[in-house]
Design a binder for this molecule. Sequence first.
Ligand SMILES: C[S@@+](CC[C@H](N)C(=O)[O-])C[C@H]1O[C@@H](n2cnc3c(N)ncnc32)[C@H](O)[C@@H]1O
Length: 210
Amino acid sequence: MTTFSQTLSHSVACERNQEPIKDVLKNEIIFGQNFLEIGFGTAQHAFFFSSCFPDISYYAADQEQAHLNYLQRKMVLGAPENLFGPFQFKASDKGVLHNLNDEKFSQIYSANTLHIMSWPECQSFLKFAANLLEDQGKLFLYGPFKFNGDFTSESNEAFDKSLRARDPKMGIRSFEDVEKLLLGQNLHQSNVYDLPAHNNLLVFTKRSIE
Ligand SMILES: C[S@@+](CC[C@H](N)C(=O)[O-])C[C@H]1O[C@@H](n2cnc3c(N)ncnc32)[C@H](O)[C@@H]1O
Protein backbone atom coordinates (compact mmCIF):
# COMPACT_ATOMS: atom_id res chain seq x y z
CA MET A 1 0.00 0.00 0.00
CA THR A 2 1.24 3.48 -0.83
CA THR A 3 1.21 5.81 2.15
CA PHE A 4 0.82 9.59 2.03
CA SER A 5 4.45 10.04 3.10
CA GLN A 6 5.72 7.86 0.25
CA THR A 7 3.88 10.01 -2.28
CA LEU A 8 4.94 13.26 -0.64
CA SER A 9 6.68 14.75 -3.63
CA HIS A 10 3.50 15.44 -5.55
CA SER A 11 -0.23 15.73 -5.07
CA VAL A 12 -2.35 15.92 -8.22
CA ALA A 13 -5.20 17.38 -6.17
CA CYS A 14 -2.97 20.24 -4.98
CA GLU A 15 -1.95 20.97 -8.53
CA ARG A 16 -5.62 21.18 -9.54
CA ASN A 17 -6.93 23.17 -6.60
CA GLN A 18 -4.12 25.69 -6.08
CA GLU A 19 -5.29 28.15 -8.79
CA PRO A 20 -8.95 28.27 -7.67
CA ILE A 21 -7.83 28.68 -4.03
CA LYS A 22 -5.39 31.42 -5.05
CA ASP A 23 -8.19 33.27 -6.87
CA VAL A 24 -10.15 33.43 -3.63
CA LEU A 25 -7.16 34.20 -1.43
CA LYS A 26 -6.08 37.15 -3.56
CA ASN A 27 -9.33 38.91 -2.55
CA GLU A 28 -9.26 37.77 1.07
CA ILE A 29 -5.61 37.87 2.09
CA ILE A 30 -4.37 40.61 4.39
CA PHE A 31 -1.35 41.72 2.37
CA GLY A 32 1.91 42.62 4.05
CA GLN A 33 1.12 40.42 7.05
CA ASN A 34 2.07 36.95 8.25
CA PHE A 35 0.28 33.77 7.18
CA LEU A 36 0.49 30.35 8.81
CA GLU A 37 -0.34 27.10 7.03
CA ILE A 38 -1.22 24.10 9.19
CA GLY A 39 -0.79 20.63 7.65
CA PHE A 40 1.27 21.56 4.57
CA GLY A 41 1.68 17.93 3.43
CA THR A 42 3.59 18.01 0.13
CA ALA A 43 4.24 21.76 0.64
CA GLN A 44 2.98 22.47 -2.87
CA HIS A 45 0.54 25.10 -1.58
CA ALA A 46 3.27 26.61 0.59
CA PHE A 47 5.59 27.07 -2.38
CA PHE A 48 2.82 28.21 -4.71
CA PHE A 49 1.05 30.71 -2.45
CA SER A 50 4.25 32.15 -1.02
CA SER A 51 5.48 32.86 -4.55
CA CYS A 52 2.08 34.22 -5.70
CA PHE A 53 1.94 36.57 -2.69
CA PRO A 54 5.53 37.70 -2.12
CA ASP A 55 4.66 40.35 0.46
CA ILE A 56 3.18 37.95 3.00
CA SER A 57 5.46 36.06 5.39
CA TYR A 58 4.39 32.43 4.89
CA TYR A 59 4.98 30.00 7.79
CA ALA A 60 4.51 26.29 7.06
CA ALA A 61 3.75 23.75 9.79
CA ASP A 62 2.87 20.07 9.90
CA GLN A 63 2.72 17.25 12.43
CA GLU A 64 4.67 14.55 10.63
CA GLN A 65 8.43 14.33 10.85
CA ALA A 66 8.56 12.96 7.27
CA HIS A 67 6.78 16.10 6.01
CA LEU A 68 9.07 18.37 8.03
CA ASN A 69 12.16 16.61 6.67
CA TYR A 70 10.78 16.80 3.16
CA LEU A 71 10.17 20.56 3.31
CA GLN A 72 13.57 21.06 4.93
CA ARG A 73 15.23 19.27 2.00
CA LYS A 74 13.17 21.22 -0.55
CA MET A 75 14.05 24.52 1.08
CA VAL A 76 17.76 23.75 0.91
CA LEU A 77 17.33 23.37 -2.86
CA GLY A 78 15.67 26.77 -3.09
CA ALA A 79 12.49 28.42 -1.85
CA PRO A 80 10.75 31.80 -2.00
CA GLU A 81 12.37 34.26 0.43
CA ASN A 82 9.08 34.78 2.26
CA LEU A 83 8.60 31.07 3.04
CA PHE A 84 9.61 30.07 6.58
CA GLY A 85 9.74 26.67 8.20
CA PRO A 86 9.23 23.88 8.58
CA PHE A 87 7.54 24.25 11.95
CA GLN A 88 6.03 21.46 13.96
CA PHE A 89 2.33 21.63 14.80
CA LYS A 90 0.39 18.66 16.11
CA ALA A 91 -3.16 18.81 17.41
CA SER A 92 -4.22 16.13 19.85
CA ASP A 93 -7.30 15.68 22.02
CA LYS A 94 -5.30 17.23 24.87
CA GLY A 95 -4.22 20.37 23.03
CA VAL A 96 -1.53 21.41 20.60
CA LEU A 97 2.18 20.71 20.44
CA HIS A 98 4.17 23.19 18.35
CA ASN A 99 7.46 24.98 18.00
CA LEU A 100 6.11 28.25 16.62
CA ASN A 101 7.26 31.41 18.34
CA ASP A 102 4.81 33.23 20.55
CA GLU A 103 3.88 35.69 17.81
CA LYS A 104 0.28 36.14 16.68
CA PHE A 105 -0.77 35.56 13.07
CA SER A 106 -2.91 37.70 10.80
CA GLN A 107 -4.11 34.66 8.90
CA ILE A 108 -4.14 30.91 9.27
CA TYR A 109 -4.83 28.51 6.40
CA SER A 110 -5.41 24.78 6.46
CA ALA A 111 -6.37 22.54 3.55
CA ASN A 112 -7.81 19.06 3.74
CA THR A 113 -6.92 18.58 7.37
CA LEU A 114 -10.20 18.62 9.32
CA HIS A 115 -11.46 15.34 7.84
CA ILE A 116 -8.12 13.68 8.62
CA MET A 117 -8.02 14.85 12.25
CA SER A 118 -10.38 13.33 14.79
CA TRP A 119 -13.07 15.75 16.03
CA PRO A 120 -11.27 16.29 19.39
CA GLU A 121 -8.09 17.10 17.40
CA CYS A 122 -10.10 19.50 15.21
CA GLN A 123 -11.42 21.17 18.37
CA SER A 124 -7.90 21.62 19.76
CA PHE A 125 -6.63 22.92 16.44
CA LEU A 126 -9.49 25.39 15.89
CA LYS A 127 -9.38 26.74 19.46
CA PHE A 128 -5.62 27.16 19.28
CA ALA A 129 -5.85 28.83 15.86
CA ALA A 130 -8.47 31.25 17.15
CA ASN A 131 -6.19 32.16 20.03
CA LEU A 132 -3.20 32.57 17.71
CA LEU A 133 -5.02 35.01 15.43
CA GLU A 134 -4.81 38.75 15.84
CA ASP A 135 -8.02 40.74 16.09
CA GLN A 136 -9.52 40.99 12.59
CA GLY A 137 -7.30 38.06 11.59
CA LYS A 138 -8.70 35.46 9.22
CA LEU A 139 -8.95 31.68 9.31
CA PHE A 140 -9.17 29.91 5.94
CA LEU A 141 -10.37 26.30 5.93
CA TYR A 142 -10.36 24.42 2.64
CA GLY A 143 -11.79 20.99 1.91
CA PRO A 144 -15.05 19.06 1.69
CA PHE A 145 -17.75 19.93 4.25
CA LYS A 146 -21.32 18.90 5.04
CA PHE A 147 -23.97 21.64 5.18
CA ASN A 148 -27.19 21.16 7.18
CA GLY A 149 -26.28 17.49 7.52
CA ASP A 150 -25.95 16.93 3.76
CA PHE A 151 -22.91 16.09 1.69
CA THR A 152 -22.40 18.42 -1.25
CA SER A 153 -21.98 15.49 -3.67
CA GLU A 154 -22.19 11.72 -3.91
CA SER A 155 -18.42 11.63 -4.36
CA ASN A 156 -17.96 13.40 -1.01
CA GLU A 157 -20.32 10.93 0.64
CA ALA A 158 -18.27 8.03 -0.78
CA PHE A 159 -15.07 9.76 0.33
CA ASP A 160 -16.47 10.13 3.86
CA LYS A 161 -17.30 6.41 3.92
CA SER A 162 -13.78 5.50 2.79
CA LEU A 163 -12.25 7.76 5.45
CA ARG A 164 -14.36 6.20 8.22
CA ALA A 165 -13.46 2.71 6.99
CA ARG A 166 -9.79 3.69 7.23
CA ASP A 167 -10.21 5.20 10.69
CA PRO A 168 -13.58 5.80 12.41
CA LYS A 169 -12.20 9.02 13.92
CA MET A 170 -11.83 10.60 10.48
CA GLY A 171 -14.66 12.00 8.42
CA ILE A 172 -15.99 15.02 6.60
CA ARG A 173 -16.93 17.70 9.14
CA SER A 174 -20.16 19.55 9.41
CA PHE A 175 -19.92 23.26 8.60
CA GLU A 176 -22.34 24.03 11.43
CA ASP A 177 -20.16 22.20 14.00
CA VAL A 178 -17.09 24.11 12.85
CA GLU A 179 -18.98 27.42 12.83
CA LYS A 180 -20.43 26.83 16.32
CA LEU A 181 -17.05 25.99 17.77
CA LEU A 182 -15.42 29.03 16.17
CA LEU A 183 -18.22 31.38 17.23
CA GLY A 184 -17.45 30.37 20.80
CA GLN A 185 -13.88 31.53 20.13
CA ASN A 186 -14.98 34.90 18.73
CA LEU A 187 -14.52 33.96 15.11
CA HIS A 188 -17.38 34.84 12.80
CA GLN A 189 -18.05 33.31 9.43
CA SER A 190 -17.41 35.91 6.77
CA ASN A 191 -17.55 33.93 3.54
CA VAL A 192 -18.18 30.44 2.18
CA TYR A 193 -16.82 29.85 -1.32
CA ASP A 194 -17.82 26.94 -3.56
CA LEU A 195 -14.73 25.63 -5.28
CA PRO A 196 -14.26 22.89 -7.91
CA ALA A 197 -14.60 19.20 -7.07
CA HIS A 198 -17.27 19.95 -4.43
CA ASN A 199 -14.84 21.58 -2.04
CA ASN A 200 -15.32 24.78 -0.08
CA LEU A 201 -13.14 27.51 1.25
CA LEU A 202 -14.52 28.81 4.54
CA VAL A 203 -13.39 32.20 5.79
CA PHE A 204 -13.79 33.21 9.44
CA THR A 205 -12.76 36.55 10.90
CA LYS A 206 -11.77 37.21 14.49
CA ARG A 207 -13.79 40.01 15.98
CA SER A 208 -12.28 42.28 18.59
CA ILE A 209 -13.77 42.00 22.03
CA GLU A 210 -15.39 45.35 22.78
C1 LIG B 1 -4.68 15.04 3.51
S1 LIG B 1 -3.23 15.82 4.04
C2 LIG B 1 -3.43 17.46 3.31
C3 LIG B 1 -2.13 18.07 2.94
C4 LIG B 1 -2.22 19.39 2.17
N1 LIG B 1 -2.70 20.46 3.02
C5 LIG B 1 -3.09 19.22 0.95
O1 LIG B 1 -4.12 19.89 0.84
O2 LIG B 1 -2.73 18.39 0.12
C6 LIG B 1 -3.56 16.13 5.76
C7 LIG B 1 -2.46 16.88 6.47
O3 LIG B 1 -2.90 17.13 7.81
C8 LIG B 1 -1.84 16.85 8.70
N2 LIG B 1 -2.45 16.45 9.98
C9 LIG B 1 -3.22 15.36 10.20
N3 LIG B 1 -3.54 15.26 11.49
C10 LIG B 1 -2.96 16.33 12.11
C11 LIG B 1 -2.91 16.77 13.46
N4 LIG B 1 -3.52 16.09 14.43
N5 LIG B 1 -2.23 17.90 13.75
C12 LIG B 1 -1.62 18.60 12.76
N6 LIG B 1 -1.62 18.22 11.45
C13 LIG B 1 -2.29 17.10 11.14
C14 LIG B 1 -1.08 15.70 8.03
O4 LIG B 1 0.23 15.56 8.52
C15 LIG B 1 -1.16 16.09 6.56
O5 LIG B 1 -0.09 16.91 6.18
